[in-house]
Structures are given as structure tokens and as C-alpha cells.
Design a protein around this ligand. Structure first.
Ligand code: SF4
Ligand code: SF4
Length: 319
């Protein structure tokens, strides 16, 4: 099967300091090493030619990447579905420029309590999120609310579900990663979230819940298909191996991503996907979500069921 997803880290810079994230303080690619528009557009075209259907522009805060609006339009012109998750600090300034170019626009909101949200995000941005929602809706966009859940804000789901339903926006439950110094998302949290995940306007990938409850990836029978499913690129335009959160190496792409991706070196990495020692118990959802589309099993069916609910709630429920 061809790769499905591009995770394009267009910048590692960020204007927030979320308590669960070490990207802006530990990743050291300065702005002057970020890609030109031509370089970034070439990568997008090459991954499209390799079969990729979804381009996720991430970071850092992706709206800080100067060429993002044009890159999004180029990507849509190539027939790719695009996604951007933003902390909303810059969205009000860029909303007109990216209007209609983001298929899946995600606004991070971790609580309806301003202090809780701003405390988690490390900057005062709650009001920018609220402003962004209003602007996006006025432009005809349908942003999703990305709720990153941890121990400190678990109960925020009650008010967030009500808000999402009132606004007729999807609430995406995004369990916090535990790759850095944080405590991460604990398995017992599912018992609390479960009753909410079935409600209208709430999305949870049920396959991911199952994987996490069962202890995550197993290196003797890996469910991670990171190389089959996903191409991960850093702000310098290098291929990240094997995944962003556990990167062990990078390969400069220079002029030909297709040749690099199909090289013997990358094929060797592919044979080890999900089998490294650090892969035991892994449940980094941004890699498992596309991985569930490879190798049909119960995870595939659960993931499809969750996506069907997303489509129904977002596009059909109240039409
Ligand atoms: S907004 Fe995103 S990149 Fe920035 S600190 Fe928070 S999680 Fe990390
Ligand atoms: S199992 Fe996790 S750590 Fe290992 S390659 Fe996959 S996503 Fe990366």
C-alpha cells in the first residue's frame, strides 16, 4: 500500500509554551533554516506522487511559517486534503489568507475555564481561541476543537462537550502524549471519557482507546505502521526516522524525495517499524491513526466507525 499521510513539521518555533510539549525549547532548527516556498512545494508534490492523500502541516505553531498560506493552497490544488492544528494566537491575523485551504482546521482548547486553558498553554490565548472560532465561522469555516486531555483537565470535557454542541463544532478528544517529562494520559481516564465519546459532536478514535487499554504497541506483533503510512519531514526538509517523537536519524532529501523514500536505507528502517525497544507500549496517536488503515483487523474497523461518526456529526447531523 502507498503512504497515506504527510506529517510536515514546517517550523519548530512556537508562540506558546504548553506544559506537555517540549518542541519549541528542545528543537533547534532556526527560522533561517526553514524551507523556501519552492522547496516546501516540491516536497508536497513529491509526496502526492508517492500516493499521499492527507498533508498535515504541524510544528511548532504552523501559522508561524511564513509560506503556510500559499503552501496550503498549492496542496489543495494538488488534490490533497490538508490539516492544521493551531493554538489560535495568529489565526485572527491569517484567517482570510487561509480561508478555504484547510480541510481539517483544528483549534486547540483545553478547558472552558480561561485560567486552566492559559495555564496549560503557558500563555494567555483563551480569548484568541474564542475570537478565532467567531472569525472562522463568519468565513464559512468549520473548525474542530482539539481537546488535549491530561490529568489536570480531564473534567473539562463536561463544559467542552456542551460548548461544542452549542456551537455545532466537533470536539476531538486528543490524549496527551507521554514521550517527554509529563505524566501522560493514564489508562483509567478512559472510564471517565467513555460516556462522553459517544455523544453528538464528540470524536474519539475508538481504535486508539483499544490500543491504549491493551498496553500500546507490541514489538513482537507491531501495530505501528509508521513507514507504510506516514512520511515525516522536518523544517529543514529532512526525512525523519522512524518518527518525530523517537527520531533516531534524518536523511536530507535534497532534490528527490521519491528516490530517498524508496531507497534501500529507508526500506531497512521500514522492516523495523514498531519493533525498536522504545516502541514497546507506544501509543502516539498521530502515527497509529494512519497505521490502523494498514492490515485489516478490529483496529481498522473501530477506527473507521469513529471516522464515520465524525463525518455524520460534522456534515449531516443537523442539516
Ligand atoms: S502550541 Fe503546539 S507546538 Fe506550541 S508549545 Fe503547545 S503543543 Fe507545543
Ligand atoms: S511504535 Fe511509536 S515510537 Fe515506535 S516507530 Fe511507531 S510511532 Fe515511533
Amino acid at each position: 500500500m502507498k503512504p497515506l499521510l504527510l506529517h510536515f513539521y514546517v517550523t519548530y518555533r512556537c508562540n506558546a509554551r504548553c506544559e506537555f510539549c517540549d518542541i519549541p525549547d528542545t528543537c533547534d532548527i532556526p527560522v533561517y533554516h526553514e524551507l523556501s516556498l519552492d522547496q516546501a512545494a516540491k516536497i508536497v508534490k513529491d509526496v502526492r506522487d508517492l500516493g499521499v492523500k492527507f498533508a498535515d502541516f504541524t510544528g511548532g505553531e504552523p501559522l508561524l511559517y511564513a509560506h503556510l498560506p500559499t503552501l496550503l493552497k498549492i496542496s489543495r490544488g494538488l488534490g490533497l486534503y490538508t490539516s492544521v492544528t493551531t493554538n489560535c494566537i495568529k489565526y485572527p491575523d491569517l484567517a482570510e489568507k487561509i480561508k478555504g485551504a484547510v480541510t481539517y482546521l483544528h483549534f486547540s482548547l483545553d478547558s472552558m475555564d480561561r485560567e486552566v486553558h492559559d495555564g496549560i498553554r503557558g500563555v494567555n490565548c483563551y480569548d484568541r481561541v474564542m475570537e478565532s472560532i467567531e472569525i472562522a465561522k463568519s468565513l464559512g469555516e468549520k473548525p474542530d476543537i482539539m481537546f488535549t486531555v491530561n490529568e489536570g483537565n480531564l473534567s473539562s470535557i463536561v463544559d467542552l462537550v456542551k460548548f461544542a454542541q452549542d456551537e455545532k463544532l466537533m470536539l476531538l478528544i486528543n490524549p496527551e502524549f507521554d514521550y517527554s517529562q509529563n505524566r501522560g494520559f493514564q489508562r483509567e481516564f478512559w472510564n471517565y471519557l467513555r460516556s462522553y465519546s459517544k455523544k453528538p459532536y464528540v470524536y474519539l478514535n475508538y481504535a486508539f482507546e483499544r490500543l491504549h487499554r491493551k498496553g500500546g504497541n507490541r514489538i513482537d506483533a507491531p501495530r505501528c505502521k509508521v513507514f507504510d503510512s506516514t512520511i515525516v519531514i522536518n523544517p529543514k526538509g529532512e526525512l525523519i526516522l522512524p518518527c518525530y517523537h523517537r527520531q533516531m536519524d534524518t536523511i536530507p532529501i535534497e532534490s528527490d524525495l521519491k528516490a530517498v523514500y524508496q531507497s534501500e536505507e529507508v526500506q531497512q528502517w521500514r522492516h523495523r517499524q514498531g519493533r525498536f525497544l522504545f516502541c514497546e507500549g507506544c501509543h502516539i496517536n498521530c502515527y497509529f491513526d494512519p497505521s490502523f488503515c494498514y492490515n485489516w483487523d478490529a483496529y481498522t474497523l473501530l477506527s473507521l466507525a469513529a471516522k464515520a461518526k465524525y463525518v455524520f456529526d460534522k456534515h449531516i447531523r443537523f442539516k
